[in-house]
Design a protein around this ligand. Sequence first.
Ligand code: ADE
Ligand code: ZN
Length: 363
Amino acid sequence: MGKSNEIDQLIAALPKVELHLHIEGTLEPAMMFEMAERNGVALRFASIEEIEAAYQFEDLQSFLDLYYAGAAVLIHERDFFELTWAYLVRMAHENVRHVEIFFDPQTHTGRGIALETVLEGIGGALAQAEQTLGISSRLILSFLRDRSEADAMETLEAALAWRESIAGVGLDSAEVGNPPEKFIGAFRRARELGLQRVAHAGEEGPPEYVRQALDLLGVCRIDHGVRCAEDPALVERLVRERIPLTVCPLSNVRLRVFDSLADHNLKTLLERGVCVTLNSDDPAYLGGYLTENWLAVRSALDLSRADVLTLARNAVEASFLEGDAERALLGEIEEVAARRSEPDQAGAGPHTAAKNSESGHRD
Ligand code: ADE
Ligand code: ZN
């Protein structure tokens, strides 16, 4: 078997973790069409093929316009359940064991859907997946940064009725012109409530937004963050403080952050020592689910077996998992690695990875 084939099989066999996934971004054209008919929602597309043909994006905003339009078919609890469940079933087939999922409450409450409908639907699927698919999860409430901070605050307060279902808050939508500093108060409140904090930064926005997310919002990881590479001192800081980046390579190419996967800086950042993780972002719109991202990047950037194992371990370390659950998943990675060890490494004992006490999970 060729080396690249062996590494692809290792990728398939590894227990995987996804940390950057917008549940609204898993709405496949066929499901969008079916829900639109079922719920009597008019779409501006006449067929599934027309929807697919429209997925040619120039930048983040051109994607967001379609993504928000698509979300309009989600009306009932059943819709949110089915959306989430379909994603989780796919992830079970890909040997994904833990997911941390964004949802955008304002996208739904803004069109008159009750928060209860959204949370009961998504939450029901997550609970069922834990029981029947063996996938653990955390839910991250993401504020839309192109709306006001007051709107974000109001959303957060309303969500407190489901405090136990929500692990943390995030920040997404149109980045440029909506810097993290706009949301200092909302993130301060999230901190007071004991919520984890993450933010999209350095996707289309400048390295300064990554700095603001760290210094002003107190986030424990950065979503995307790839533009950090323009600021060597910032990269050094990410390495030193072991701040994870949730990188989404296929999304970055579709949204023209990089011209091609071969131009992506993920491997350079990994080699520099940044805690890079691999994720899909909005897989129904932006080129593929988690394993497709892994395989595409392995091929385009010629990732080694060691790179793949580092990425797998990084995702567990960067997750909100702690204690036994974290150790168990890290142990499984080492078991798979040992079982599929290279001939010159056969017999080497399992690597005992422990969470760096300075990483993530800061309050
Ligand atoms: N919302 C959904 N996907 C997003 C992305 N890639 N960047 C910002 N906001 C988003
Ligand atoms: Zn995203």
